[in-house]
Design a protein around this ligand. Structure first.
Ligand SMILES: Cc1cc2nc3c(=O)[nH]c(=O)nc-3n(C[C@H](O)[C@H](O)[C@H](O)COP(=O)(O)OP(=O)(O)OC[C@H]3O[C@@H](n4cnc5c(N)ncnc54)[C@H](O)[C@@H]3O)c2cc1C
Length: 509
């Protein structure tokens, strides 16, 4: 009797409940990863994400070998692959982790569950994140999250009985076709070994001062844990990250300031699941505004020139362009810059949220649908329960990159421009341009201050006319954070934009 352990976004052997359960049965196990061509054609997936997965599959194969098994990589539809395995092996069970993805993976999972049921194959799913399926009451969510994080971390199985299945297909021979070419020269490498090293260096040294250093794109590169692609693709278990971090905090030699940093870090782990829960509860968020009445805020097609300039890091606002170019090159940018990129697209450039969200998704090696679509909407003012955050790209630049170091690194056109002019190069005189360079850097798309004022007014007017208190309360009830008891939360003041008690607001100053 054979068990397939189907790997998806859980590319590790440690703290892997489906694998541990399969190994405990003492019967043959097929550890399976299926390269699904159609998935890699979706508009939010990309070659850089696949490259991270490829690294991780090789590492996973190494982990499985140590337990006497091998990773089986196949290409095609999961149901077809299972059908073939059923024909060649006595396939009785499919074990896997629950996934909260977009519509495509949801339907794929339904097809697999349907196939299993029709073919008398047991299908069992485990939860790897604090995301609750069919959650009836958001008030109990926090408790469920903490309970899951505190459950014991399971060791990687020492021995996993293998089948005679051969040969193993190598991930390099199985790459999907990509319609868009995408090079990412400084992409983070995948695999559990790399994830473990990142976690260790973060907990040992890098976490100190975390909460102060994560906003500037200069300091964030080292101050942030950089674990996001490892969490997104499951090469490191979130429970293990949580427990190591807690153990480090509670160690008697840990200094109070380090403890504070780690508390702040763990609150982000909580946000991770808090945001994914939103998509789990309302899958339509992939396509439609969280606050349904705000869907009509923008109509008509996006201005393609503006969209293209934003995508290419050619808006003429240096911090915006430097952030986009850094993201293209590395596959990662810190939270504050992600928020600014999305907000500038939605407000100053007045683009509909979805095209910019899809571009960012493709550029993120750590693309996680639940966080991404919820955050993209939140930064675009579409939740109706969060304060509008319209970033001033010049003030952000002066504050977070005062010497222009980050800008110079990513915008060679401004390499010779001194700090006092680098945030507003359009104000340089011809004489200053000929002395310091900057002639080749593009002029701004528009006057950002005026565009921000128009956007604020347009959103305010739209809310006055179209937003009802009932829909705002529905969003709050369904998706609002419950860090404080529900009865203490403020009442929505009629049709005005208002703040929820979402933890997210603490990120801003
Ligand atoms: C528009 C937008 C899109 C985003 N898209 C993604 C995405 O696709 N995938 C993704 O992992 N994160 C996303 N984020 C959240 C956040 O920016 C990243 O998680 C973070 O920058 C990853 O770097 P890190 O692992 O070094 O973070 P750290 O600061 O070290 O945080 C540790 C972990 O906590 C979680 N986390 C941190 N910040 C947040 C947050 N604000 N919301 C939810 N979870 C958080 C992540 O799992 C992260 O890996 C997005 C934010 C915005 C504004």
């Amino acid at each position: 009797m054979t068990t397939v352990v189907w790997f998806k976004r859980d590319l590790r052997t440690r703290d892997h409940a489906p694998l541990a359960a399969a190994a405990r049965l003492g019967e043959p196990v097929i550890p399976l990863y299926v390269v699904e061509d159609d998935y890699w054609q979706l508009p939010d997936t990309s070659e850089r994400q696949w490259a991270f997965v490829q690294d991780s599959l090789k590492d996973l194969d190494g982990q499985l070998r140590r337990a006497g098994n091998r990773l089986v990589v196949r290409k095609g539809l999961v149901t077809d692959v299972l059908r073939q395995l059923k024909a060649s092996h006595d396939l009785q069970r499919v074990f896997c982790h629950q996934e909260t993805g977009g519509q495509w993976t949801f339907e794929r999972d339904r097809a697999v569950i349907g196939w299993c049921s029709e073919n008398n194959v047991e299908f069992r799913e485990w939860n790897q994140f604090g995301v609750v399926r069919r959650l009836r009451n958001r008030d109990v969510w926090d408790g469920a999250w903490t309970e899951l994080m505190r459950q014991p971390v399971q060791a990687a199985p020492a021995s996993i009985p293998a089948t005679n299945l051969a040969p193993i297909n190598h991930p390099d021979d199985m790459s999907p076709e990509f319609s868009r070419r995408d090079t990412c020269p400084d992409r983070q490498a995948g695999g559990s070994a790399r994830g473990d090293r990142l976690l260790a260096s973060f907990l040992e040294r890098r976490c100190i001062g975390y909460q102060y250093n994560i906003s500037s794109p200069l300091t964030a590169v080292k101050a942030c844990s950089r674990l996001s692609p490892h969490i997104a693709w499951g090469t490191v278990s979130m429970r293990e990250i949580y427990q190591w971090s807690k153990a480090t905090s509670e160690h008697r030699n840990t200094l109070p300031r380090k403890k504070k940093s780690l508390t702040s870090f763990r609150s982000r782990l909580h946000w991770h699941c808090h945001f994914i829960q939103k998509l789990e509860d309302e899958p339509e968020l992939e396509f439609r505004a969280m606050h349904r009445e705000l869907e009509g805020l923008k109509s008509g097609p996006n201005d393609s020139d503006r969209l293209q300039r934003w995508q290419e890091g050619q808006t003429g606002w240096p911090l915006v362009d430097a952030s986009m170019r850094a993201l293209h090159h590395t596959g990662w940018i810190n939270f504050r810059m992600r928020a600014m990129l999305m907000a500038v697209a939605s407000y100053q450039l007045w683009l509909h949220w979805r095209d910019p969200a899809l571009h960012l998704a493709r550029m993120f090696t750590d693309f996680e649908p639940g966080i991404h679509y919820s955050q993209a909407q939140m930064q675009s003012g579409l939740t109706g329960i969060n304060a509008l955050r319209i970033y001033n790209p010049v003030l952000q630049s002066q504050k977070l990159d005062p010497d222009g170091e980050f800008i110079r690194r990513w915008i060679p056109e401004l390499a010779g421009v001194p700090a006092e002019m680098i945030h507003t190069p359009w104000l340089m005189t011809p004489a200053q341009k000929s002395r310091f360079g900057g002639n080749t850097y593009i002029a701004p798309v528009c006057d950002h201050e005026q565009a921000a004022r128009s956007a604020r007014k347009a959103v305010g007017d739209f809310r006055q006319r179209h937003v009802s208190r009932e829909e705002t309360e529905r969003v709050l009830e369904r998706h609002g954070s419950r860090r404080e008891p529900v009865q203490k939360r403020p009442k929505p003041p009629g049709k005005q934009p208002w703040k929820s008690n979402d933890d997210q607001l603490s990120l801003f100053d």
